[in-house]
Write a protein that binds this ligand. Structure first.
Ligand SMILES: Nc1ncnc2c1ncn2[C@@H]1O[C@H](COP(=O)(O)OP(=O)(O)OP(=O)(O)O)[C@@H](O)[C@H]1O
Ligand SMILES: [Mg+2]
Length: 294
């Protein structure tokens, strides 16, 4: 009996975890996401690249329930969650980080991470009176989990400090700890490398790879740093003007003339990559000094 049940319980490594079908999101008349179809494999670290304004963050907002798509379908782990509230995506195992992290500055680093799990017993007013022991035990577990993930990202020392003392890179690490407290199946990371110094960046890459390897967490990673994408992500999806331009192995995608064109075809063609506003962090930053591809 047990053997017969096993195949349905143990997921295959490359099973589909998320399916997006013809997703559309428009602002005014402009379709920021324009009929996007793709799947994410369970257990993969998938990259999502594309020039500024391609619609990547808007897509994340649709995938996390922060924005209701104007069309299409989003299926997470076999459940159709199209148009559902963020709490339902969260309950289905999805967590996301923000392009610009905004921790509560006056709360401690630890408290910011402890805010992550929802539906805690202590949020129910009656529970504090009727089941104070259970509430305290739950809070202790959340605190331990928060400390565990803070240590994991190397921020344990800063746990009691107010979050306002954190550098940009440390805020990115705080985000990673925050999302991990809820033990998500799928994590959407919006530019984890932006504004992070190279030493910290290496740490972040290592942490994401370890979470994927050791906990089986799947990731979808938006990133402009092509070194990070090449070393961490496979496959890579490329968005341009709200659409899926191409997808494939990082080496193939980064050498694709259409991808280079999409990046250079915008304002970068006029200003040149180095002179572009927003600095190199917003531009493809491939290995060495060169362009996106040779
Ligand atoms: N809330 C909004 N209201 C109106 N337009 C928006 C809104 N959010 C995004 N847009 C527009 O949608 C398009 C896609 O923006 P989005 O932020 O998704 O791009 P992105 O690929 O994440 O870019 P970047 O790499 O710069 O972060 C842009 O033209 C942007 O101006
Ligand atoms: Mg964005």
């Amino acid at each position: 009996m047990e053997e017969a049940a096993q195949p349905t319980v143990v997921p295959r490594a490359r099973e589909t975890l998320l399916e997006a079908h013809e997703v559309i999101k428009a602002f005014g008349g402009h379709r920021a996401v324009d009929g996007l179809t793709f799947t994410l494999a369970r257990g993969a670290i998938t990259g999502l690249i594309g020039p500024n304004g391609a619609g990547k963050t808007t897509l994340f907002n649709c995938l996390a329930g922060a924005l209701k798509p104007d069309g299409g379908r989003i299926v997470l782990d076999g459940r159709d969650l199209t148009g559902a509230a963020p709490s339902r995506f969260f309950a289905a195992g999805l967590a996301r980080t923000f392009q610009i992290p905004r921790p509560f500055p006056a709360l401690s680093v630890l408290e910011n991470v402890m805010l992550a799990p929802r539906g805690q017993l202590g949020e129910q007013p009656w529970a504090n009176w009727l089941r104070p022991g259970a509430v305290a035990a739950e809070e202790r577990r959340t605190r331990e989990a928060a400390m565990h993930w803070l240590a994991f990202v190397g921020l344990a020392r800063l746990a009691p400090e107010p979050a306002r003392v954190l550098s940009g890179g440390q805020r990115k690490l705080l985000e990673l700890a925050r999302v991990m407290v809820s033990r998500p199946r799928l994590v959407l990371l919006d530019e984890p490398g932006a504004g992070v110094n190279p030493a910290l960046l290496e740490q972040i890459v290592e942490k994401i790879a370890a979470l994927n390897r050791e906990h089986g967490t799947s990731f979808l990673v938006i990133e402009h740093n092509m070194d990070l994408v090449a070393s961490l992500c496979s496959p890579v999806l490329v968005m341009a003007e709200g659409r899926l331009l191409t997808q494939g192995a990082p080496d193939e995608v980064l050498a694709d003339a259409r991808v280079v064109e999409a990046y250079l075809g915008g304002d970068a063609a006029d200003a040149g990559p180095a002179a572009a506003p927003g600095s190199t962090a917003k531009r493809p930053t491939p290995s060495g000094d060169g362009a996106l591809a040779a």
